[in-house]
Design a protein around this ligand. Sequence first.
Ligand code: GUN
Ligand code: ZN
Length: 439
Amino acid sequence: MSRTAFRAALCTPIDDPATAGRDAIVYHPDGLLLVEDGHIAACGAFRDLAPSLADPVSMQHYPGALIVPGFVDAHVHFPQVDIMASHGAGLLDWLDRYTFPCEARFADPAHARTTAAFFLDEMMRHGTTSALVFATVHAASVEALFEAALARNMRLIGGKVLMDRNAPDALLEDAQTGAAATDRLIRAWRGRGRLGYAVTPRFAPSCGDTLLAAAGRLLAAHDDVLLHTHLSETADEVALVDQLFPAADGYVDVYDRAGLLTRRSVLAHAIHLSSGDRARLAETGASLAHCPSSNLFLGSGLYDLAAADAAGLTTALGTDVGAGTSLSLLATLGDAYKVARLRGQGLDPLRGLYLATLGGARALGIDHRIGSLQPGKEADFVVLDPAATPLLARRRATCRGVEDVLFMLATLGDDRCVAETRLMGAKAWRRGRRNGSGG
Ligand code: GUN
Ligand code: ZN
């Protein structure tokens, strides 16, 4: 059996602070995380756990660092890393000008493989250990992503995009072809390593009723797969959906009628919603992926976290790269706070940590395996360096508690603060040593 102990400050959610209060977050200023065969065996105060450690155990000590669960990105497009920061005029224009040409290049499997490897290496560098990922319409793009994730032993869920209209011909296929390819991919990949599959219709404007219904049938036929799509991101998109689906009672109903709203459904954005929409979404158990960086970049709108909470909805956090401007969940949390403020709301740092970790795991249905530093879970975690730059080091010295540190990391931090990323206890990435800081 392999055993390694990690000593540092430890902070982990064990529940949602919005419902469970302050006790939902566990913090040990001098903590010890014991990992046995890739799983967490113990997490607690160093002084309590150290005496019971049987010799010999390898001990990694990170003075000044903060260990948190690996970040979970609940909505991201791996092929779009090359179009981040592309100047445009809102979602629909941005899709036509940048996204569709970028995704057409994934007809080349070699391009898919190099991009998938780059993307996952960047995830490791940003401390993101799990994600729900859009590929492109090409089966080879999903195969490239899964092969790269399998090689890194990542817990990752992805899917082939389904679309049959309103995009260049090279990216379209009829409903039957798309559904058959999806079914083949599910059977070939589910359960391999730590991989999962998500049926991935792009969004209602790209999918006719027949294709949406086929996606619904796939979701019903495979009870271990997710449904991943976009919902109500911009006002123009909502107007287009009303026009394209005159028989439906709005955007949520378009998905509802196709059987796409379930406990296994993750809907990105979900900004332009009525209270009736939220109530129906909550009834179905669907989760929402809040993507604040993307929403600010495209000018899509402001996610209403308080309304989602009040409706009893599960919210997770997504970078939505390439419309998102960073792969860092820390930077994304900083944007989530600003969006909350523009809504006249708050987002406290402990809730933020929950959203970026256990909240994402819950939305993806993998919280029994990852998302917190609790015994029995897979040991996916990040060693954060709160003093990664001279400015952070100076500001860190004035922080009074872990809440201050977490808020500072969300507001000023990003990949520079990720000293080490571990997957099932094994080192997946380590930053080069910096002067005067841990890691
Ligand atoms: N809606 C449909 N496709 C996309 C996409 O690729 N990015 C974003 N942000 N929204 C979408
Ligand atoms: Zn997206």
